[in-house]
Design a protein around this ligand. Sequence first.
Ligand code: HEM
Length: 430
Amino acid sequence: MNGNAAGPSRRHVLMGFGAGAVGALAAGQAGAEAQPQVNDAPQGDAVSTAQRVEFHGRHQAGITTPRPASGILVAFDLAITSLAEFERMMKLLTERARFLTQGGAVPERDPKLPPADSGLLGPHVASDNQTITVSLGDGLFQRFDWLQAHKPRRLQPMVQFPNDALAADLCHGDMTIQFCANLQDTNIHALRDIMKNLSEFLVIRWMQAGDVPPVVPAADGSTPSARNFLGFRDGSANPDSNDAALMESIVWVGAGEGEPDWAEGGSYQVVRLIRNMVERWDRTPLQEQERDFGRRKMSGAPMDGGPGATERDVPDYARDPEGKHTHLQSHIRLANPRTPQTQKNLILRRAFNYSNGVMKNGQLDQGLLFICYQADLEAGFITVQNRLNGELMEEYFKPIGGGYFFTLPGVTGPEDYLASGLISAAKGLL
Ligand code: HEM
């Protein structure tokens, strides 16, 4: 409600409302008392609010699912002491995730009790493309004898890479939950719901929210990739998440890969909080920016593309062995040299831009909430990051946090729950 019932404020007058306007307002109010005005909410979209991602399946949603505009990655430490408590927690988490992703009416309660829901989304929780993706960290497996023997084979603590400045309070954790939805409020609502309903088990260790700017589709219906906070298109050469066979080989842990049976259908999640030196970047010549990434800034086209090339064009490194077009130390060339040998190092990236205000030194605190998924942590992220050590972009990137986690296989139906396979294995039932 605004204060126009009380007449024009001194500020309005001082801000340059002419005497005529003031006089008209006063005349309008003389006859009838002015009605208080309801502040309209920004207009929502009923179609996107109703978008729903299936919760049940062989894999968890939120990995190959198209990335919506908002995400929050939360790392927790778990206050559990036994396998029975772990099981109770996972069942409760599954129940909440099932409701929050599918949406529904909030139950009414005796007003003498705290309400069942925070109320952030009103009496009906909209699905709004919500996904909730749960992963477990190395520390959790290490802490309990009953989990140790069942640890995914390649899960390990994230170590410091040469360009990192990792802050201990922004790293690792027993469990992550990746919340994604069209609106950030939907993610915040889900986080608050889970924190409240699982308060006896969960302690937040660190979290980072981020966004991806929605892009208007081109005339042919295709949508280009979104821009990151360095102004470049980010996602141009990501493997196609609609290609199920490709995802089987790049993203999902399969049988016969030396992993525990329960882990099949899961994936390794890597999170990196990467600060971008945006002030320095904005003072860097365009040709240097494009050389360092290895792509054209506006179109996203590779450097060896002719006029009219787009981000969908593929660079030909075999014809450019000395890096005359695409610098040998550029981001894309090191990340993916595109040789037959490096095909096994492909990863599925699912990043969000973040902006945390200002740092103590007066610089903007902005960067990339980098998240990627792969079937093999060592062949995937670790190899790619080792190749990127020393890249030209290091001057503008500063990784400050994150960790390695194992994303649990999906919940296959109403009777199943998150980590059911792991828990059966820990009970000696598998
Ligand atoms: C702030 C940090 C980062 C920024 C701003 C960034 C930005 C970009 C941009 C603009 C591209 C080109 C367009 C595209 O294909 O998406 C790209 C490609 C890529 N990035 Fe990054 N990136 C960052 C960190 C990383 C990290 C940490 C990794 C993995 C260790 C990585 C792996 C890749 C890969 C695999 C490609 C595709 C290369 C290709 O296949 O051509 N990026 N990145």
